[in-house]
Design a protein around this ligand. Structure first.
Ligand code: 4AD
Ligand code: MG
Length: 478
């Protein structure tokens, strides 16, 4: 294989007729003369000029959309507008054909739904290329943020026996045949000794409980791993398999936790703006293009880049759940009966309520804290009012909840009571309770839904288009 030069490097070179070999995929072939080539090294494409009189006609006929080619030629100054340099082809080799008669992608607008069915090819499109380049940058920024601040990256288990959220929406993991029902053991409990782990296990819904172990030993830790939820939510914001980032910090209260959350997501956006300007400009224009055909009230109030800059330049609004409920109940939308779900103290806020707070009322990201204890997880710290817990959700425009977190209940007796109130099997949580009996400390943390964050930064409408292979109810292809 001849040594190839990446397009990113060619575009930075001064044209001196130097010889290069480039390898990549064809985006377009115009007038039998201009190939738009890309190779993944940059969002930009390289213009290859073909001298059709010098090249074999039968070869030129095989240069189709998404065919893979190797081009050897000279780097010259471009006379056309749009690029400074181009490559004048002296020889072309087809590395991989793409017969347009049978290839499922075409150089025209194809719907995101259609592209999802072609997940093995969709990464080659401009849009998906941009999205996955951004996804990488955001993932990298996550590690950089925490590493630079002295946090330890902790790997929490993917297979676990505990239900961290106590919501029961879990995928079972077993080596037993379908339909197996455990016999009763001598102690009257189900006997799982025939199963691989000799107990019921599931895919984790969150690494938080184990991250707490880390925080109470290393001070500051974070996880960044896949999490799984068997909730039957067919929405543009839910995946059955998604990635979550969960920092957990000792000697932190709910206010420290909110400060960290705000600083962290602003950093991720700032980092992406700095490192993915080509990608974000492309996505910004794409969105503007899409919205041209939409009714005014359906359009976003700001463009993508404008939204991102707005979020890093403005402090998030902070309200308590109780204040949020009061605001909602005194809103015009509520009085005119525009909400589908009731707004009552004690009931969880629905997406429509969160959207009203963020998009209509405050018109900026909002952090809601101190939710009623009944609607949040058992591990959240009980406030002095005995009615609310030190929970906080970060709500973003267009996306809703991107972060859920809390100060954790560090008082053994209070936690034990909460576990019992929620009817959680306390013997399963012996180690979690132990953390409060020996060397316990106040601590807090949160979980950021990675795909929701990438969705926000890229402006994609559907969460399925920011993960290479989405898993949703009824769909686990690829
Ligand atoms: O609010 P959640 O359920 O919180 C937890 O799991 C806590 N243990 C986190 C912690 O305190 N360490 O989930 C956290 C975030 C949500 O705010 C949301 O962004 C994302 O995870 N998320 C999902 N993202 C995609 N698809 C789903 N089905 C999601 N469920 C939650
Ligand atoms: Mg939540």
């Amino acid at each position: 294989m001849p040594r190839r030069t990446e397009i990113a490097s060619i575009l930075e070179q001064a044209p001196r007729d130097q010889q290069v070999t480039v390898m990549g995929w064809v985006r377009a072939f115009r007038s039998n003369r201009f190939i738009a080539l890309y190779d993944g090294s940059t969002m930009k494409q390289l213009q290859v000029v073909v001298d059709y009189e010098k090249l074999d006609e039968s070869l030129l006929k095989r240069i189709h959309f998404h065919a893979c080619v190797a081009v050897t030629g000279k780097v010259i100054a471009s006379i056309g507008s749009g690029q400074a340099v181009e490559v004048l082809a002296e020889s072309i080799e087809i590395l991989g054909e793409a017969d347009p008669e049978s290839y499922v992608l075409q150089p025209k607008a194809q719907t995101m739904e259609y592209l999802r069915q072609q997940a093995h090819f969709r990464m080659r499109t401009n849009v998906m290329n941009a999205v996955f380049r951004v996804r990488h940058a955001v993932a990298f920024a996550v590690h950089k943020y925490f590493n630079d601040r002295g946090y330890f990256y902790m790997h929490t288990p993917i297979i676990t026996g505990s239900d961290a959220e106590g919501a029961g929406e879990m995928f079972r993991v077993t080596t037993l045949p379908p339909g197996f029902t455990p016999p009763k053991g001598e102690d009257g409990h189900d006997d799982w000794s025939a199963d691989f782990f000799q107990r019921p296990t599931n895919l984790t819904v969150s690494g938080q409980l184990q991250a707490e172990i880390g925080a109470l030993a290393l001070g500051k830790v974070y996880t960044f791993g896949p999490t799984f939820r068997a909730e039957n939510s067919n929405t543009s914001r839910h995946l059955a398999e998604f990635w979550m980032i969960e920092p957990e910090i000792a000697f932190f209260d709910i206010h420290d936790d909110m400060d960290l959350a705000e600083d962290f997501v602003q950093y991720l956006i700032r980092y992406t703006l700095e490192h993915c300007s080509d990608e974000l400009e492309f996505l910004d224009q794409r969105l503007a293009e899409l919205e041209k055909n939409m009714k005014k009230e359906e359009r976003r109030p700001m463009g993508l880049l404008e939204t991102l800059r707005f979020v890093i330049d403005n402090k998030f609004e902070r309200v308590t759940y109780t204040e949020a409920v009061e605001l909602l109940r005194s809103s015009k939308a509520y009085k005119k009966g525009k909400f589908t779900y009731p707004v009552e103290w004690g009931k969880d806020l629905q997406a429509e309520h969160e959207r009203w707070l963020v998009e209509q009322h405050f018109q900026k990201p909002v952090i809601v804290r101190n939710y009623p204890k009944e609607i949040k997880a058992f591990y959240m710290r009980l406030n002095e009012d005995n009615k609310t817990v030190a929970a906080m959700d970060v709500l973003f425009p267009g996306i809703g909840e991107v972060i859920g977190g809390s100060q954790r209940e560090e008082r053994y007796d209070v936690l034990l009571q909460r576990v019992r109130d929620f009817k959680i099997a306390e013997e399963e949580l012996w180690w979690y309770l132990d953390l409060r009996r020996f060397g316990g400390a106040p601590h807090a943390g949160f979980g950021l839904g990675f795909e929701r964050m990438v969705q926000f930064i890229t402006g994609m409408n559907n969460i399925r288009d920011v993960i290479p292979f989405p898993r949703t109810p009824g769909n686990a292809h690829f």
